[in-house]
Design a protein around this ligand. Structure first.
Ligand SMILES: Cc1cc2nc3c(=O)[nH]c(=O)nc-3n(C[C@H](O)[C@H](O)[C@H](O)COP(=O)(O)OP(=O)(O)OC[C@H]3O[C@@H](n4cnc5c(N)ncnc54)[C@H](O)[C@@H]3O)c2cc1C
Length: 339
């Protein structure tokens, strides 16, 4: 059981900046995210896309913004619980009890929901056997590329993730890239690179094919793929990787008894509290008149929600407004002695 001042759901830009604002006023946060990496939409959907509307940064990318947000919260030594979804929330005396998909329990007087458009889940292979082999031969993300060294791998998909991993893994594994169309959706550069690698005999490409079946007992031995004319082909392989994009679902958030308005959580704009005391919502998931789904709005919302958390976390202390330069929490973390 982990006790904390604030449990932040979602490690997108709003959740990350909330950690900063909480740290600044001396509150400890734990962050849970369903994805295997930090950064929310910025990292999952557009790591390389330029962003031009972050105040005082003329241009950055989804990836560099995430890196900078992480750098900014470094002094607060925050714990991230990735690959973990918040499933249930219940009242535990004055606190909230939060249960995750890995059965981890958090106890906290405050919850900040920074869940964006909900939890992202990979789109999966459309055949039943794929479920049997999931994480044991069937994968939808790569946590450690070294695991695939010298293996026979079939990569399915035509977008950037499929192409980028085909290029990367072909350096040390036997890769077959399979896509249901002849044209790839990924960037021109990646498409050209996979075709060049095919010419050089460094990987194989099979199009237009889709998965038809998986064979194996306990582990995968082979798969069959099928084209539009019904022609099938058997391929021996150690594993298959599916990169078909993500499904966005509000997920369990919808079952927590919060008021909802078309998959968004209405909030009081004074403190971004929801209809439940101690539960706040910021970023893309919250709604109020005039809401703009922009990163900068999430930052403002995070600042106000963080201050509202103070009263619940430290009921016997009075919150005192300070600028970041003079905040004792910031100075202490940076090793500066406040006079
Ligand atoms: C293609 C594209 C381009 C964009 N360009 C810009 C731009 O130029 N400028 C701009 O300001 N905005 C832009 N946006 C919008 C911006 O990305 C969003 O406003 C921003 O990401 C919202 O941040 P967030 O932290 O609220 O949510 P998200 O970034 O969506 O992060 C939410 C996180 O919560 C997690 N989560 C959800 N539910 C759970 C749960 N139950 N348990 C655990 N984790 C959970 C998710 O896995 C996710 O990682 C763009 C969006 C897209 C799609």
């Amino acid at each position: 059981m982990i006790k904390t001042d604030v449990l932040v759901i979602g490690a997108g830009p709003a959740g990350l900046f909330a950690v900063h604002q909480l740290g600044l006023i001396g509150l400890k946060a734990e962050v849970v995210d369903n994805l295997d990496k930090i950064g929310g939409q910025c990292i999952e959907l557009y790591p390389d896309k330029p962003i031009y509307d972050i105040p005082a940064i003329s241009e950055c990318t989804g990836e560099s913004l995430t890196k900078n947000l992480l750098e900014q919260i470094k002094p607060f030594k925050t714990n991230f619980h990735l690959n973990e979804r918040v499933q249930e929330i219940s009242k535990d005396k004055k606190d909230w009890k939060i249960l995750t998909s890995k059965k981890k329990i958090f106890i906290s007087p405050n919850i900040i929901i920074a869940g964006g458009v909900g939890s992202f889940e990979p789109r999966k292979f459309p055949i039943e056997e794929a479920g049997k082999f999931e994480n044991n031969g069937v994968y939808y993300s790569i946590k450690d590329k070294n695991y695939f060294k010298n293996k026979k791998i079939c990569i399915f998909g035509g977008g950037d993730s499929a192409l980028d991993w085909a290029i990367e893994l072909s350096k040390f594994a036997e890769v077959i890239l399979i896509h249901r169309r002849n044209e790839f959706r990924g960037t021109e550069n990646s498409s050209k690179t996979v075709k060049k690698l095919e010419k050089e005999g460094k990987l194989k490409i099979k199009t237009p094919f889709q998965i038809n079946s998986i064979e194996g007992q306990g582990k995968i031995n082979a798969i069959t793929i099928k084209n539009e004319d019904g022609k099938t082909e058997k391929i021996t392989t150690d594993c298959i990787l599916g990169f078909f994009g993500l499904i966005m679902k509000l997920g369990p958030i919808a079952d927590w008894g919060l008021n909802l308005d078309k998959k968004h959580i209405p909030v009081n704009t004074e403190n971004f509290q929801t209809n439940k005391n101690g539960i706040f919502a910021i970023g893309d998931i919250c709604t109020y008149p005039g809401k703009l789904k922009l990163i900068l709005s999430g930052f403002h919302e995070a600042a106000l929600a963080a201050r509202a958390c103070f009263k619940n976390a430290k009921p016997n202390e009075k919150y005192k407004f300070e600028f970041s330069t003079t905040s004792k929490n910031m100075q202490g973390r940076l090793g500066i002695n406040k006079k």
